[in-house]
Design a protein around this ligand. Structure first.
Ligand SMILES: Nc1ncnc2c1ncn2[C@@H]1O[C@H](COP(=O)(O)OP(=O)(O)OP(=O)(O)O)[C@@H](O)[C@H]1O
Ligand SMILES: [Mg+2]
Length: 587
């Protein structure tokens, strides 16, 4: 928690002024019982002196004094609460900002490590918990302990006999809390983990609601959600139980304390060692002592509980991005040539996904990558824009190791259409401009022409201003793929990577897109990953992957000639998808 305090820096004025105002409130509040005691004593005095008039004017004076003190206390209290809110809310907002900024620097493997759901819980639930604690601390950190100490001192001064009860009851309460606290903390940590799982369940379900519905998996998903929800509820009950049981126990102790004090005070009043007026003041102070004690405990409990959240936030903030700019990075990529030199790569240690990969691509070439699903095609190309870093060997772009470029320069030059690509809510034009904010309308149209997207975009009544809906739901799968390609082209990259990006378009369109790429951006290196041989057959060379290793490299004709696997795939695709593929393939 204390490590996070630096995020309160901008709001330190509010965070510091608030406790000062609080202290003012406490002082005024503590003076009131004394005035009250004076009033009671004055009333008591009437029967002795019989001077009613003087007593009434004294009481009115004292009443005005009490009102004044109450107004001052109210003013300080209200301003303290307002300034505390400013500080607390600002603190929360700063942490959320820092978290979002940090996550933006994460590489794919950093994100793999935390999971998206957990990052969401940490940015929302955890930050709210820490923010509330901070707010409570500003409000109570000085107020409750000062109130406790001052009220206790006054009480002891007024009657040591009555105050002696605290010597027994306060230590008992503290010991009970010291035992219950750590148990509660452990249970709250477990509950937060359940929260992660719960969020993961909701996130997956809502994000993929269409898949869930089309597979009629609603009832399965409901069951899965119910389990996550029940688990969370049980963990929460288990954690709360200790508080639910602790609260009445604490109350009991407090009432026993009050009862003992009443018994002792009654005896003292009867023996005339304590005046009635003094007793009213002492009793008010005692209530203040108990309330501040209770508040201090609540504050400590909240501090303990938010420790788990603070730790989870801190974990994200201190995570070092795996992939960073080098010192003195190269700021521009001179051409689109690529070389893999004995590259190996693993997502998890010891399980190599790619092994001994070496090949070269000249600038401006069009290269196909083929292989069965899971043969590590996507893994291979992700190493070029450094979405992941190699474990062995090196990847060179324009003759220099990719690690020597600034990430921005490298990723500006390497445009990749990911296999699982998405569009965002907004218009088509807005989505395309993700590739290049300053692109002119003419450039948008050109990119769409190359990606064979211009005709269907222009057929929409609103053309480029058509709203895509969340996640781009308003276009078909093939249309979405073509928009993603256009978006990547708009970046005017040196290297363009299409990872299975034409799987949802028919072969004729597929061929038109390749034709467009070849003609319109001849200097850009183009890497095309595909499942269909027709998508790569006209490439300058084709890399055939098998189980994370290179099986063969050559042109379509060479591979047909010498590579049995390639020939088998070709033959099966010729037969399997005869009518459509052959038609398209002929274009
Ligand atoms: N983020 C990841 N974390 C861990 N393992 C992964 C990850 N992504 C892929 N893998 C594993 O790496 C291997 C290669 O996957 P990759 O996605 O590169 O294959 P692919 O050839 O692109 O397959 P496809 O044709 O289905 O797209 C697979 O065994 C897969 O399980
Ligand atoms: Mg893939």
């Amino acid at each position: 928690m204390f490590k996070l305090l630096k995020y309160a820096k901008r709001y330190r004025f509010f965070a510091l002024i608030s406790p000062v105002l609080m202290i003012g409130e406490v002082i005024f509040e503590l003076l009131i019982p004394q005035v009250m005691a004076d009033i009671v004593e004055t009333i008591n005095g009437i029967s002795v002196s019989g001077n009613k008039e003087e007593a009434v004017s004294t009481i009115i004076m004292l009443g005005v004094k009490m009102l004044g003190l109450a107004v001052c206390s109210l003013f300080c209290g209200a301003s303290a609460a307002i300034t505390a809110s400013f500080a607390g809310m600002g603190f929360g907002a700063e942490i959320r900002n820092a978290l979002i900024r940090k996550v933006q620097t994460f590489s794919f493997s950093n994100i793999d490590r935390f999971s998206t759901a957990s990052l969401i819980t940490r940015t929302t639930t955890d930050v709210t918990t820490v923010q509330n604690t901070f707010l409570m601390l500003i409000r109570g950190l000085f107020r409750a302990p000062i109130m406790l100490v001052v009220a206790l001192t006054i009480c002891i001064k007024k009657s040591a006999e009555v105050s002696s009860v605290f010597a027994v009851s306060l230590p008992i309460m503290i010991i009970a809390l010291a035992i219950a606290g750590p148990i509660a903390l452990k249970r709250f940590r477990a509950m937060l983990k359940m929260f992660d799982e719960f969020n993961a369940s909701i996130q997956e379900n809502f994000a993929n609601i269409r898949v869930v519905k089309s597979f009629v998996r609603s009832s399965h998903e409901k069951k899965k959600f119910k389990k996550a929800n029940d688990d969370l509820m049980n963990a929460a009950i288990y954690a709360e139980k200790i508080i639910i049981l602790g609260e009445p126990a604490l109350m009991l102790l407090m009432f026993l304390t009050i009862l003992s004090i009443l018994v002792i005070s009654t005896k003292a009043i009867a023996e005339q060692t304590l005046a009635v007026g003094e007793f009213t003041a002492i009793f008010t102070y005692i209530m203040q002592i108990l309330m501040s004690f209770l508040f201090t405990i609540l504050m400590l409990a909240q501090l303990f509980m938010s420790e788990a959240s603070a730790k989870r936030i801190h974990e994200v903030l201190k995570e070092e991005p795996d992939i960073k700019d080098p010192e003195n990075p190269i700021e521009s990529v001179s051409d689109g040539s690529i070389e893999f030199k004995d590259v190996s790569f693993a997502y998890a240690k010891g399980k190599d996904v790619l092994d001994g990969i070496s090949f070269k691509i000249e600038s401006g070439e069009m290269v196909g990558i083929m292989g069965a699903t899971g043969s590590a095609k996507s893994s291979l190309v992700q190493l070029i824009p450094r979405l992941y870093d190699v474990d062995g060997g090196e990847v060179l772009v324009a003759g220099k190791n990719v690690k020597s470029y600034s990430l921005e320069a490298l990723r500006e030059s390497v445009s990749m259409v990911l296999q699982k690509n998405v569009l965002f809510s907004g218009t088509i034009a807005e989505n395309l401009r993700w590739g290049n904010e300053n692109a002119t309308d003419e450039e948008l149209k050109r990119a769409c022409r190359i990606a064979d997207a211009d005709s269907f975009v222009e057929a929409f009544p609103d053309g480029y201003n058509t709203d895509l809906g969340q996640g781009g739901v308003n276009v078909s799968g093939g249309q979405k793929q073509r928009l993603c390609i256009a978006r990547a082209i708009l970046k005017k990259p040196k290297i363009l990577i299409l990872d299975d990006s034409t799987s949802a378009v028919d072969t004729a369109t597929d061929a038109r897109i390749r034709e467009g790429l070849r003609k319109e951006i001849p200097d850009t290196t183009k890497i095309i990953i595909a499942q269909r041989i027709s998508s790569v057959s006209d490439c300058d060379k084709i890399v055939l992957l098998e189980g994370g290793k290179i099986n063969d490299i050559g042109t379509h004709d060479e591979l047909i000639e010498r590579n049995e696997i390639y020939r088998d795939i070709f033959n099966s695709q010729q037969k399997g998808s005869a009518d459509f593929d052959l038609q398209g393939g002929a274009v």
